[in-house]
Design a protein around this ligand. Structure first.
Ligand code: FES
Length: 279
């Protein structure tokens, strides 16, 4: 695992400007932010988060996309409440505060030389996408890459251009997409992600599985992987949804006596099983 998040992160946000906003789904938008004079206030590793503040509404912790060039910070944000509703209403040129990065991030070095299986549901593809992009940037360092992604409907699939056009064209890469229910115009797979993973049945030999999505999906994906013969050390997930303050101060992320923000949010299943089963 990567180093723990430090409590010495600056607490004063840096002001960035929103330079582009892209609709991903009816309730997910991507925000591209950078300093007014260009560039970004900090570099982000795959799987890390940042605190975004929009005054006077409030602030929240969001997954921050790893960028090859680090020329802007990118956040894919789903509408789930007051702050995100207000963020969805802002326009290009809006100033926001950011601080971070927070969290340990994915173990990109430890996974080198392995085949990779990424399993995501809904907005859960956002943090995994950072790791996927990193693997593609360092393509020779990783083996076969398999991506299994699902959402409620076609409209709810995030990052469609990458999913359907860019990623499947990359060497030794398979992308499997499913939606929960049949719908007109969709001739792809229909069904839930865990069952689709079992249907595809990637050989666990030399493979690392990384999953993120709604808690219920993660629960059944973990069961499916276990059934398929994956060991606990081969399975990685991120509990970034529990990150609130990110610096061990608010006490809202703990599982038992452990603080997700200080020890995670990325864990192997073996590590999670050491904790009380509250995740
Ligand atoms: S997120 Fe606040 S203590 Fe961990």
């Amino acid at each position: 695992m990567s180093d723990k998040c430090s409590c010495e992160q600056p607490l004063v946000p840096t002001v960035v400007e929103v330079v582009d906003i892209k609709d991903e789904t009816p309730d997910v938008k991507s925000f591209y932010c950078r300093l007014s004079e260009g560039g970004v206030p900090f570099n982000v590793a795959p799987g890390q988060c940042a605190m975004v503040s929009y005054l006077p509404v409030g602030e929240g912790m969001f997954s921050c996309t790893w960028q090859e060039e680090q020329e802007y910070l990118q956040f894919a944000i789903k509408k789930v409440g007051l702050l995100t509703d207000e963020l969805h209403a802002i326009e290009v040129g809006q100033k926001l505060g950011v601080r971070g990065p927070y969290g340990n991030g994915f173990p990109v070095e430890e996974c080198k030389g392995k085949d990779m299986l990424f399993i995501a549901g809904g907005i859960g593809l956002a943090p995994l996408r950072s790791f996927i992009k990193y693997c593609f940037k360092h393509r020779e360092d990783y083996g076969k890459i398999t991506i299994v992604y699902g959402s409620r409907s076609y409209a709810d699939l995030c990052f469609k251009e990458e999913l359907f056009n860019e990623w499947p064209a990359i060497k030794d890469t398979q992308v499997y997409v499913t939606i929960d229910n049949p719908e007109e115009g969709w001739d792809g797979h229909v069904g839930f992600v865990p069952a689709y993973v079992e249907e595809i049945n990637p050989n666990p030999q030399g493979l690392i599985a990384v999953t993120c999505g709604p808690p219920i999906m993660i629960k059944f994906v973990l069961q499916s992987l276990e059934k398929m013969g994956y060991t606990d050390d081969q399975v990685i997930t991120t509990l970034e949804m529990r990150m609130k303050c990110g610096i061990g101060k608010c006490g809202r992320c703990n599982i038992g006596s452990e603080y997700i923000c200080l020890d995670g949010p990325v864990f192997t299943l073996a590590q999670l099983k050491q904790l009380p089963q509250e995740w």
